[in-house]
Design a protein around this ligand. Structure first.
Ligand code: NVA
Length: 303
């Protein structure tokens, strides 16, 4: 049997995404067995992390497994040792590799050489584990996913790329409002549109945040300056001015719309002060759901 990797959210079929979300709800409610008993999982991180690191570490232990965290300087991925060799060695010891990297191609190279599943814990291209938690959170709040209107305000980055593909897979309609030059890559839009066409969803690009938020069930944003983009910080802060989720923008959405953010958040930039505490904010449920969604994904992928 060939190894299943999770580099893009689209590596899971729409049926599997639905299954993971349902299974995560079940595990959250009723608990679970120990599907990772006797198994070890490497956590290989090139970038800082709070939610991803802790939720994987705790989640793996709750499933009966043994997590092994390695920070940037411990391994020297691609520096001290070629990525292919790191992967070929690690998969002899562990049953899965969870990796957070700067360049998505590092993950692709790892997956090519690993007989253990490689799970994307954030790259410059995608953040699939975040999307699984997002879909779980939306389903908890709205009772369903198909037919919902999800508006993303801001950068065409890793988080919005995975969300666009994930929303398309579950038959939701996804719109991103981004300033010119910061759209989602054309390839991601095309792929999301293809998936949406087959599953009853829709994917579109807007320019004005107000246009995207109008009538939305979900208003979602992320940082203007992602990890690895620090050199562009100044230019980005200029370009994204006006792309803030605030009370005015929330008023464009449906009265029962929820506000989402994958965190960390920057008040005064992509959100106004108080948005995390807004009565419609679900951001801390969303953060908690990383744990449940990833446990369901691990159960599916780690054999
Ligand atoms: N887009 C952000 C997400 C952080 C969880 C980044 O890549 O830094």
């Amino acid at each position: 049997m060939s190894t299943r990797h999770l580099l893009s959210i689209a590596d899971l079929s729409p049926e599997e995404i639905g299954f993971v979300v349902t299974r995560a709800m079940e595990m959250k409610r009723n608990g679970h067995g120990a599907p990772l008993a006797g198994k070890s999982v490497a956590l290989l991180f090139e970038k800082p992390s709070l939610r991803t690191k802790v939720s994987f570490d705790v989640g793996i232990q709750q499933l009966g497994g043994h997590p092994i965290y390695m920070g940037r300087d411990e391994v020297g991925l691609g520096g001290r040792e070629p990525v292919a060799d790191v992967a070929r060695v690690l998969c002899r010891y562990v049953d899965a590799i969870v990796a957070r990297v700067f360049a998505h191609r590092t993950l692709a190279e790892m997956a090519k050489h690993s007989t253990a599943p490689v799970i994307n814990a954030l790259s410059d291209a995608e953040h699939p584990c975040q999307t699984l938690a997002d879909l779980l959170t939306i389903r908890e709040r709205k009772g369903n996913l198909a037919g919902l209107a999800i508006a993303f305000i801001g950068d065409g980055n890793n988080v919005s790329a995975s969300l666009a593909l994930g929303a398309a897979s579950v038959g939701a309609s996804f719109v991103i409002a981004s300033p010119e030059g910061y759209d989602l890559p054309a390839g991601v839009m095309a792929q999301a549109r293809r998936i949406a066409a087959a599953h009853g969803g829709a994917v579109r690009q807007a320019r004005r945040p107000q246009e995207a938020a109008a009538g939305a069930d979900v208003v979602y944003t992320d940082v203007w300056v992602s990890m690895g983009d620090e050199a562009e910080a100044e230019a980005r802060r200029k370009a994204f001015k006006g792309y803030q989720v605030n009370l005015d923008l929330m008023r464009q959405a449906k009265p029962d719309a929820i506000f989402m953010h994958d965190l960390p958040a920057h008040q005064g930039e992509e959100i106004s002060a108080g948005m995390l505490e807004h009565p419609q904010s679900v951001v801390f449920d969303q953060a908690e759901n990383r744990l449940h969604a990833q446990k369901a994904a691990l159960e599916l992928l780690v054999r």
